[in-house]
Design a protein around this ligand. Sequence first.
Ligand SMILES: [Zn+2]
Length: 309
Amino acid sequence: MKIRTMLTAAIALALAITSAATALADEATVAVTSHPADAKIYVNGYYKGRSPMTVTVGSATDEAQDYTFTLHLPGFKKWQAPVSLSAGQNKSIYAGLERLPSAVAGRTICIDPGHPSETSAGTSGPSGVSENHINWVIALKLKADLQAAGATVVMTKQSEGENVTNRRRAEIANAANADIMIRLHCDAAPGRGFALYAPDRQGTRYGVTGPSQSVIDRSTAAMGPLYDGMKAALAGTIPGRGTHGDSGTYVGSRQGALTGSIFSQVPTVTVEMCVLTNAQDEAFINSEAGQAKMVAALRAGLESVFGGQ
Ligand SMILES: [Zn+2]
């Protein structure tokens, strides 16, 4: 027993030395970890940094006081707890962050990876990256992300090379009674950045006039928050080129609306994710990091669309 007592005393002494080395007389430290990591840490409302980190509290006194620790991470519930600290103390706290329910949970989202169709096989970038391939890759990643968030996802294509007419794409979204159809494309245009299109008036194709005014209104209403959510998430990567009517596109200017919009009975927004004919945009969308950013941006946009309803 005597040996154990001596050992305990030695450990206590070692701990005391450690404390003395890391905290000044009026300081206390708190090692903050969280799951997931990278949450913003505030102490009594003052920003300290991101988890994991050791926070130094400079105003600790001999008498213990409560400090309010708050952790913020987008998509997670705010975490808050009082931590009692006195001068010279070194504590650790762990925050298991609770995910907020997603606004896309329970929604049916139709993802339409653009091309090949009756009109076009799609564009390609200066170094040969194919639009069809990019649309497909992003669609698969977005599908996985939305399903993990509790959404039902319907795809208009089952394989990268599958040729589906634009009319058929709309019919697939209609049959699923999708809450929205997101049509993924990459542009061939001057400049760079992403742009959104929604039907702004009726058009006619194969003798059919559409979409209904309700679909025009709901598509336009969805496009704004989708764009804002994407723009915020893509800040510092690729710029936004704004929201536009289908009638501003080449096909839309002749038909009144895109064929996929004319036949759509659900809200539909076409996303030109980047200007693929621009070398910078091509490099962005062809990289793992760029694709992850784009998927996160589409998800953030959809959260805005459904969170606002
Ligand atoms: Zn396209």
